[in-house]
Design a protein around this ligand. Structure first.
Ligand SMILES: [Zn+2]
Length: 298
């Protein structure tokens, strides 16, 4: 295990406040809520929320008995704890998506919203997700679409040099990637997923429209437009629902964490940490947050 892509961390960021609460993003937030309602199964046992941030979407997963709220940033998780509380139904985990600290086949559902966007090695992340899912588990993935209407227009009118039609990711700023829908579909298939449904979202992400029209009207228009998501994808955001068919195991009852460095399970439960009895690494538990980040892999 030497491959270790760089991670985009929101440590210390006021992203929740500046982007979502004061950034005029209620249209995007509500359009996402509509998409999630359409794609989520009615109920489930254990959901993995990857890149949960401050827990903006977490209350929308109320159909699941338990939710693992995972993010790389501890400060984002501290905000999530404040928002959601230390209820039995939430498990807070700080970890790297490329090295998930869970046994194979643990979850019957996973979501990854506005996260692939930051993945320098998206296929590697998707393979990790498939590993921790049970056969037949649901995976809801959102990604930023490089082939969006605005980019297509700008390219056709020679206002931008990069092509929205080619398959490689477009890194518009460090560790921020837009992806081509066909590339994402290919990675999903290669990682063991069968794609079931696609919804295009946030068609009307334009400052002028958001100022002129009521949010409720924009969300309603978006909700209709998103239904053609299986036919073409020209919106800046695309939601997909897939099923894990490539995973082969269902975790045994009681199994949960494994060592992200050496994959050994179970970990030894101590007062304020989990310890790996195979490689000797120790992972702190502080203020209700399991922290699997502070490890080197050499
Ligand atoms: Zn270990």
């Amino acid at each position: 295990m030497t491959h270790s892509p760089p991670v985009c961390s929101y440590e210390g960021s006021d992203y929740q406040t500046s982007f979502w609460e004061q950034g005029g993003r209620s249209y995007e937030d509500q359009a996402e809520a509509v998409a999630l309602r359409r794609l989520l199964p009615k109920g489930g046992r254990l959901l993995l929320e990857l890149g949960a941030g401050a827990g903006r979407n977490t209350p929308r997963y109320s159909g699941y008995q338990r939710v693992v709220v995972l993010d790389y940033s501890r400060t984002q998780l501290e905000q999530a704890v404040q928002r959601l509380g230390q209820a039995e139904r939430y498990v807070y985990v700080a970890a790297d998506v490329y090295r998930l600290p869970f046994v194979d086949g643990l979850f019957d559902g996973a979501t990854m919203i506005r996260v692939l966007h930051h993945m320098a090695d998206a296929p590697l992340a998707l393979r990790q997700v498939c590993r921790v899912l049970q056969p037949g588990a649901i995976f809801i993935l959102e990604y930023a679409n490089k082939q969006n209407f605005k980019a297509v227009m700008r390219y056709l009118f020679r206002r931008q040099s990069w092509s929205p039609f080619t398959l490689e990711p477009y890194e518009f700023t460090a560790l921020n990637f837009d992806f081509h829908p066909r590339a994402v579909r290919k990675w999903l298939a290669e990682s063991g997923f069968t794609l079931e449904r696609q919804l295009t979202v946030s068609h009307f992400r334009l400052g002028l429209l958001k100022r002129l029209l009521p949010t409720r009207l924009l969300v309603g228009m978006d909700s209709l437009a998103s239904l053609t998501g299986g036919l073409w994808q020209l919106s800046p955001s695309v939601f997909t629902r897939s099923r894990a068919v490539g995973s082969s195991t269902t975790a045994e009852a009681g199994a949960f964490f494994c060592c992200p460095a050496c994959r050994h399970a179970p970990l030894d439960e101590r007062a304020q940490s989990l310890a790996c009895l195979s490689c000797g690494k120790e992972y702190p538990i502080k203020d209700g947050i399991y922290d699997f980040r502070g490890i080197s892999y050499d």
